[in-house]
Design a binder for this molecule. Structure first.
Ligand code: PEP
Ligand code: MG
Length: 782
């Protein structure tokens, strides 16, 4: 973990300048920032001086300095708060220092280094890609700024005392502390720590569910094992087969009960999770192979062991991470069958009132009762990917989780104190008091932040002059709905149906899709949902769909083009969506529309599907609202004609920007050119709104741009009826909308639409936001 590594550098600091350089280099590398610099505040001269940098011209160290009322870096000291600018160059507080060569860098985040509310310096990261720094990154830098502050204070002290001896002793003390901890570990466990990472008391892994959890380790071991099982069957094949079959039946029953329990307590969990296990118990390739071995000489246990071994080996050869995650289902079923064969009953839930962290090699659906424990603060797994069932469950239960932790079983023992950092994907074992304190503070802040969001949940996104904007969520999986509801989404503005398709073994059947959509609707409790038909291809395609290699996949066979060329697949989805419309407020949305032929062909297929369903006696909403994504420039040009064909437009700026500006949305090299505030983008949106308005149709936006506070303000001013975004962003955008008046936002949007360059637009937007008193939304992501 970074924090710990920074602490280690500081602990060994002899030469403060060299240590600062080491720290900025480490931060730039680990956080993947092109620039990381530290400015130190010179109290006597009241100047911020560049003390270390990775990325800017090293010659400028010690030479570049600025007053506190100058530049964005000074602004961070003035505010004593982090300052973020997605485009620093357009920020009025931006000050250019030619000696640094920093004009290439657009995005800026400056975090003040503070001691007892007194500024000591500013830690700055910059990227050339125009980007928004995440809340976690801001938190992390804030956390890191504390030990840096400690180092600077220490350096000042040392400077004033001029005592080299003192410096050496403090480094020595820290070394001694680490050595003592290592020795204590060895005394307690009878052997040294197994790996260097563990020696430092931290284990890296993958963050699978966010948040911070602190508690005592509780190790979960498998209940039964194949070691020592009888190899040859004792009785007749008939008796052994009967024993096996009754174990299969009991296992089926148990899984049924578990599925029921999950549906009752965790409705957001994909039912398909249990299906996979139930299917295995009916799979002739599995059950049949075991039975064949029993008919030979093997005992049921040994037959199971052999077949499982073969299947696990087959699974392990598959590179696809999703399929590899399904390995856990297989192992889980194996454990369950063996337990039932051996007559061992299901694990009962231990009563754990005290805070604990579950530590296991892997966690399966059968361990769900453990995951519902009151005292559970975190989960740490040796294996598992972020798409494993345990990870999905943990996320929906909001339990901080780290998976894929090497050396876990060697390093952690029952009762060890652990910190689970689900954001960074780090586990601390018996953490030092300062690390513990830091995490306790982070945990408190995290809870306070969530509480604050909750206060907004029930309030409408209504401007001060009474204009309501609908704020909906973009979702991909059933589990995302929990977050969407939690953050107060009014419905789902974009359901990317390709997500479930990507995590299945094959195309979902009509009935499977219907089940999924119905579950969505049930959880939405009457709120609307726009179900978008498959948008596969380009960067999203499932392993079972073999797409041709293309020179330009974003301009190739993707999205609606695939659907229209695979009418059977497409019709199954149309039918499923139509049938779902009998159960709730469903709208249908088609991606990547580029001309009228496509929408007319779609309407023919839709009419055919309706006719068939009607004939078959299925219920559906005959007036199902039909919308299209406006994300191809030709659709913008044809918006007046397209608006006659459909009920609503949803503008997909993620693609629209890339097609309009000819900038690949995933290519970091051209990322600075990917500009939502480009005049051509704003005008394309405005034209689309005008066309929709003229036809009396609703128009919303569902690209990432909607989640950017500065953009969302103008989008509202441009007359969009709704904004759809990742659930996490809803409260912030709601807070912004509730702090402004529509009339002012309209004036600002009209003004921006008259401007000709990005720079002018950003300057005017900045001034406008300042005048509206919402400038903080631009600087800093809350
Ligand atoms: C878009 O293109 O803006 C959009 C919302 O769709 P996706 O990101 O799924 O392509
Ligand atoms: Mg798109």
């Amino acid at each position: 973990m970074l924090l710990e590594d920074v602490a280690t550098i500081i602990a060994h600091a002899h030469d403060v300048r060299a240590s600062l350089r080491e720290i900025v280099e480490l931060l730039a590398e680990r956080l993947d920032m092109e620039v990381c610099s530290l400015y130190v505040y010179d109290v006597a001269r009241k100047l911020l001086v560049l003390a270390a940098t990775k990325g800017l011209d090293p010659q400028s160290v010690g030479k570049v300095s600025m007053r506190v009322d100058e530049g964005l870096t000074g602004y961070a000291v003035e505010k004593l708060e982090p300052v973020m600018a997605v485009d620093a160059l357009a920020h009025p507080r931006y000050k250019y220092f030619p000696e640094t060569g920093e004009e290439r860098y657009h995005s800026f985040l400056g975090v003040p280094v503070v001691d007892k509310r007194e500024p000591l310096g500013v830690l700055v990261v910059q990227t050339s890609r125009r980007r928004r720094f995440t809340r976690d990154q801001i938190r992390l830098l804030k956390a890191i700024s504390a030990p840096i502050g400690g180092l600077l204070v220490r350096a000042q002290l040392q400077e004033s005392l001029r005592s080299k001896e003192e410096e050496r002793r403090s480094a020595h003390d820290r070394m001694l502390e680490v050595t003592q901890r290592l020795q204590a570990y060895e005394r307690e466990h009878g052997r040294p720590r197994p790996a260097a990472a563990a020696a430092l008391g931290r284990l890296p892994g993958l963050g699978a569910s966010p948040g911070f959890g602190i508690g005592r380790a509780h190790l979960l071991k498998p209940q039964v094992s194949f070691a020592g099982v009888q190899r040859q069957r004792r009785g007749s094949a008939k008796r052994e087969l009967a024993r096996w079959q009754s174990a299969v039946e009991r296992s089926v029953e148990e899984i049924g009960r578990l599925a029921h329990r999950v549906r009752a307590t965790l409705p957001e969990i994909d039912a398909a999770m249990f299906e996979a296990q139930r299917l295995m118990l009916g799979d002739p390739n599995f059950v049949g192979r075991v039975e064949a071995l029993i008919r030979g000489e093997a005992s049921a246990e040994h037959a199971l062991e052999q077949v499982l071994g073969q299947m696990i080996a087959e699974f392990e050869r598959i590179a696809d991470p999703y399929m590899r995650d399904r390995l856990f289902d297989l192992k889980d079923v194996g454990q369950r069958l063996l337990r039932n064969l051996l007559g061992v009953s299901e694990r009962t839930t231990p009563s754990a009132a005290a805070a604990f962290v579950l530590v296991a090699r892997e966690l399966t659906l059968s361990d769900l009762p453990m995951m519902e424990q009151q005292g559970l603060r975190g989960i740490v797994l040796a294996t598992g990917g972020v798409t494993s069932h345990a990870s999905i469950l943990a996320k929906s239960l909001e339990i901080p989780t780290v998976v894929g932790v090497e050396h876990l079983e060697d390093a952690v023992h029952e009762g060890d104190q652990l910190i689970v950092d689900g954001n960074a994907g780090i586990v601390y074992i018996s953490p030092a008091p300062d690390v513990l304190r830091e995490y306790e503070r982070l945990g408190r802040e995290y809870r306070a932040f969530n509480r604050e969001l909750e206060t907004l949940r029930e309030l409408p996104a209504e401007t001060r002059d009474g204009h309501r904007v609908s704020l909906t969520a973009n979702v991909g999986l059933l589990g995302d709905l929990v977050l969407a509801m939690h953050h107060g989404a009014e419905g789902v503005g974009l359901y990317r149906t390709e997500f479930p398709f990507m995590s299945h073994r094959d195309f979902l059947t009509e009935d499977e899709q219907l089940d999924l959509y119905r579950m969505m609707l049930q959880r939405l409790e009457g709120r609307p949902i726009a179900i978008r038909t498959l948008d596969m291809g380009a960067d999203k395609y499932p392993s079972y769909l073999r797409l041709p290699r293309e020179e330009n996949p974003f301009l190739g066979w993707r999205s609606i083009r695939i659907s229209l060329e695979m009418p059977e697949l497409f019709s199954a989805q149309l039918r499923a969506i139509l049938r779902a419309s009998a159960y709730g407020d469903v709208r249908i949305l088609f991606p990547m529309i580029s001309g009228l032929e496509e929408i007319r062909r779609i309407k023919e297929l839709l009419a055919q599907a309706q006719e068939d369903l009607h004939r078959e006696g299925h219920a559906f909403n005959a007036e199902l609202p039909l919308g299209i994504m406006i994300e191809v420039p030709s659709a913008v040009r044809l918006a007046p004609e397209l608006s006659q064909e459909v009920d609503f437009f949803s503008i997909g700026t993620n693609d629209l920007i890339q097609y309009l500006l000819a900038v690949d949305r995933n290519n970091p090299r051209v990322a600075p050119l990917y500009e939502p505030l480009h005049p051509a983008v704003l005008r394309a949106i405005a034209d689309t709104v005008v066309a929709a308005r003229a036809a009396g149709k609703r128009v919303t936006i569902c690209g990432e741009m909607a989640a950017d506070p500065a953009c969302s303000l103008i989008l509202m001013g441009m007359g969009l009826d709704g904004l759809s975004m990742g659930p996490f962003f809803i409260p912030v955008i709601k807070r912004l909308i509730r702090s402004v008046e529509l009339t002012r936002a309209r004036q600002l949007a009209a003004e921006l639409l008259r401007l000709e360059t990005v720079k002018e637009i950003k300057g005017c937007l900045f001034e406008g936001m300042r005048a509206l008193g919402v400038i903080d939304f631009m600087d800093m992501y809350h």
